[in-house]
Design a protein around this ligand. Structure first.
Ligand SMILES: [Zn+2]
Ligand SMILES: [Zn+2]
Length: 394
């Protein structure tokens, strides 16, 4: 459907009908994803993505007034020989333009950090690092406010950065998974197996315990390389779709959804426990196309559902038939839990018996102690007061 001319942008997930269009000013700089898309595409075809680290490139936190007023007091402009003033302009997130003002007609502008196209690199770095730490937009803005770093990021800027990061991270992950699969193939061959029929260990984790989680992640790890070969995120929700609940029959929604479906995050129906089963099967299905390998042996966590479904799906058409191994660590984990449970029960039983006897012993000692105290008091009073009779009837 032609949606040209309509407003769209990545405000927040779910702001309907927004077009990603780059207008070239600082407010929209983050919305330009063409650059990252091209780089991501290029990256996908590269075998090695070792990045050279520039040790000389570092960031520093400065007290703007302290540092720049000190500089103003010692510097003059080369051209007009007059004193200069430093000003902070066009701040977006942590990035800004440093203006140097003097008597010359034009003033010099320096970027406070490198720019990627028109966007400040530091903001992408901030968002990425904060996401790694589990901090979102509100956290970033609280951090910026409390550190006196400026107003932080706008909602639309933040979500545009997320889009950019997502594109970049996705392609880097793909390259890394491919690399890991190649390593696994090599190691597999060295162990005397057919190179591209590898053994993987699969497991799922959820955002919360108890099989009620709306989000889950399933991963496959190579047996010999111990590296993650594939990952899939399973979600029962999509924030964008949530905003249309109750309006699913409207034309507006259908038009919006046509464009949205490729980026809809809801990719799972059914129980949260089923996420692992579905995720593993999906990853098996794409193994040949994406990684050039077949998963011959599956090391599971003892949950027989996954293997049963894998057999039923018969993804490789019995070439080869997927075999099952049990993960030693999971067996160990289950054994440990059961031994611990038994021990706790034993402990409880023991304590019960012990309590009975110790209560008796304790009572005996306590009574004795009380009695001796009473005796001491009793006889002290007798010494002080005189006779036994006087003690009770002084
Ligand atoms: Zn000047
Ligand atoms: Zn959706």
């Amino acid at each position: 459907m032609d949606r040209k001319g309509k407003k769209r942008g990545t405000k927040s997930p779910g702001d309907p009908g927004i077009k990603r269009k780059f207008h070239g000013n600082r407010y929209t700089a983050e919305k330009d994803v063409t650059c990252v898309s091209k780089s991501a595409e290029k990256l996908k075809n590269e075998e090695d993505i070792e990045v050279a680290i520039d040790e000389s490139s570092t960031y520093a936190l400065l007290s703007f007034t302290l540092v720049f007023s000190a500089l103003e007091s010692v510097l003059i402009c080369k051209a007009c020989k007059s004193g200069i003033k430093f000003l902070k302009k066009s701040q977006v997130g942590l990035g800004f333009n440093l203006c140097i003002k003097c008597k010359c007609n034009e003033f010099t502008t320096i970027n406070s950090c490198p720019k990627v196209r028109n966007a400040f690199e530091v903001n992408r770095r901030l968002t990425f690092v904060m996401r790694l730490l589990g901090v979102g937009l509100s956290g970033i803005n609280i951090f910026c406010a409390m550190m006196d770093l400026g107003p932080g990021l706008s909602k639309s800027g933040y979500y545009s950065i997320l889009d950019t990061i997502h594109i970049a991270v996705k392609s880097v992950a793909k390259v890394l998974f491919r690399k890991a699969a190649q390593e696994e193939k090599k190691a597999n061959e060295q162990e005397g197996n057919i190179a591209d029929e590898i053994t993987v260990s699969g497991d799922g984790s959820w955002a919360k315990r108890g099989f009620t989680s709306l989000l889950g992640i399933v991963s496959l790890i190579g047996k010999y390389s111990n590296k993650v070969i594939d990952v899939i995120v399973k979600s029962k929700v999509c924030k964008a779709c949530e905003k249309w609940v109750g309006k699913e029959n409207k034309d507006e929604y259908l038009e919006w959804y046509e464009d949205h479906q490729t980026e809809c995050t809801a990719n799972h129906e059914g129980s949260s426990g089923k996420m692992e089963v579905d995720g593993v099967i999906e990853m098996f299905r794409r193994s040949v196309e994406e990684l050039g390998v077949k998963y011959k042996k599956y090391i599971g966590d003892g949950d027989s559902k996954t293997y049963k479904n894998l057999l039923e799906a018969n993804i490789y058409n019995n070439d080869p038939k997927v075999e099952k191994n049990e993960c030693v660590l999971h067996v160990k984990k289950r054994m440990y839990r059961r031994v611990k449970e038994t021990l706790t029960q034993l402990q409880k039983a023991f304590l019960k018996t012990l309590f009975f006897w110790s209560a008796r012993v304790l009572t005996f000692f306590l009574l004795n102690r009380l009695l001796s105290n009473f005796n001491r008091l009793f006889y002290t009073r007798i010494v002080l007061v005189g006779t036994k009779e006087n003690f009770f009837h002084p």
